[in-house]
Design a protein around this ligand. Structure first.
Ligand code: ATP
Ligand code: MG
Length: 426
């Protein structure tokens, strides 16, 4: 036998057993976006490499070591998108969607990062994101956060997810803080972990995000960003807190939350869980008022979030341990003999015509009654319609209930179609 070909490491197939859960999540997400009247935008999966270098920042995990970058046949440097915000802004600028306008947009689709694959961390993964342009906030900041809260409730996982928020202030206050932080950390430069040593000169704020326990210990004595904030940002933040209080959304202020991308300012937030080990961030976002202009558009305030769909599905499965996402058929139409096969096919079509969204399986490929009933049972269908040569000549068909203790019934076609309504609509 020929050698089989495997999928790329860290890039997963979504198998039939899992796609039910994915469809459920995706459909809730579409409903959520519609409820807040956000409009969908779909952008290409490949963009020019410059887009991500200029937006995410050269000295970030993504750009330094996670991008799938390649030259196409023209020698242009292209990158599989590692995130969606830059793509949204690129498209918004290109098509004039953001110019002197307010826009609420959302997207969903695959993203690519060359990371070490593990539970909740993959090389192809999927994000749902929402972005609002042309609003200064903090009212819109609260709306963007409320969308997440509503989604957790829809999935019944609100008890397992907590909200952390912080503010990064404006550029000038961050610069002042950076100096103070570098000043403090330079005193410990020999004791910092390798990444943090490097970041001390390139991207010192990211050190606050470190996973190293030793560096975290050193950070306990560091100056805090909050003390360096400009008044307008402080005001923005406290007003956001008021909005969240009014909406009954609980939050924790985490002054170490800085996020891994360069473009954020003022509000940043993460929805985190303890249920997934190290990959605890389900959804993350913040304000990025400078990005539209930085990518060539007119200065436009903006805020958004991105949610990791794999982590969301994992969390839902962790919490709802039954297989309530599995989708089973409604009706299994058997077909015993060649003549019966033709009749069974038309019966199956008539059921589908009458009941939109019904899940009907037509038995194909022949076989005896016992074998067909075994398949009917395995399909999860609630009833089997018995179509044999005798039934066809009599014009009367058997209806066998597979999941309840009800005697088999016999129906002509109109009565059969009518009766299946009880099953299909339940
Ligand atoms: P992390 O700190 O876990 O690496 P991040 O800060 O790189 O996350 P973002 O760029 O903010 O993540 O992406 C938003 C969300 O997308 C994350 O909170 C997470 O749910 C999801 N996500 C990011 N990277 C991956 C990945 N490699 N695999 C699966 N989900 C991911
Ligand atoms: Mg990451």
């Amino acid at each position: 036998m020929a050698k089989t070909i495997q999928a790329i490491r860290g890039m997963n197939d979504c198998l039939p057993e899992q796609s039910g859960a994915w469809q459920l999540v995706e459909s809730h997400i579409r409903t959520l976006a519609a409820t807040y009247h956000y409009q969908e935008i779909r952008t290409p999966i490949v963009e020019s490499t410059d887009l991500f270098k200029r937006s995410i920042g050269e000295v970030t995990d993504i750009v330094e070591k996670e991008m799938y970058t390649f030259e196409d046949r023209n020698g242009d440097s292209l990158t599989l998108r590692p995130e969606g915000t830059a793509c949204c802004v690129r498209a918004g600028n290109q098509h004039g969607l953001l110019y002197n306008q307010q826009r609420r947009l959302w997207y969903m689709g695959p993203m690519f990062r060359h990371e070490r694959p593990q539970k909740g961390r993959y090389r192809q993964f999927h994000q749902f994101g929402a972005e609002a342009y042309g609003f200064e906030g903090p009212d819109i900041d609260a709306e963007i956060i409320a969308m997440g809260a509503r989604l957790w409730k829809a999935f019944g996982i609100e008890q397992s997810v907590t909200l952390q928020i912080n503010t990064l202030g404006d550029t000038a206050s961050r610069e002042r803080y950076k100096l103070a932080l570098v000043d403090y950390l330079t005193g410990f430069s020999d004791e910092l972990d390798e990444d943090s040593k490097r970041r001390l000169s390139s991207n010192p704020l990211r050190i606050l995000d470190t996973k190293s326990k030793e560096t975290q210990k050193i950070l306990e004595g560091a100056p805090t960003l909050f003390d360096y904030l400009d008044d307008a940002s402080k005001q923005h933040f406290s007003s956001l807190c008021e909005h969240l209080d009014a909406l009954d959304i609980e939050y924790e202020i985490n002054q170490k939350l800085v996020r891994g991308l360069d473009y954020y300012n003022r509000t940043v937030f993460e929805w985190v869980t303890n249920a997934l080990g190290a990959q605890g961030t389900i959804c993350a976002g913040g304000r990025y008022d400078g990005l539209v202009e930085q990518l060539g558009g007119k200065a436009t305030p903006a805020i958004g979030f991105a949610m990791g769909i794999e982590r969301l599905v994992l969390l839902m499965q962790e919490i709802n341990t039954d297989d309530s996402f599995a989708s089973s058929a409604d009706v299994y139409v058997t077909a015993l003999g060649d003549l019966a096969q033709l009749e069974a096919a038309t019966i199956a079509e008539q059921i589908r015509d009458k009941y939109e969204g019904s899940k009907v399986i037509l038995h194909c490929g022949g076989g005896n009654f016992k074998k067909q009933m075994k398949k009917a049972d395995a399909s999860g269908a609630k009833v089997a319609v018995i179509v044999g040569e005798n039934e066809v000549s009599a014009g009367e068909y058997g209806v066998k209930y597979l999941r309840e203790d009800t005697a088999q019934e016999t129906h002509n076609i109109p009565s059969l179609l009518e009766n299946l309504g009880k099953i299909i609509n339940n």
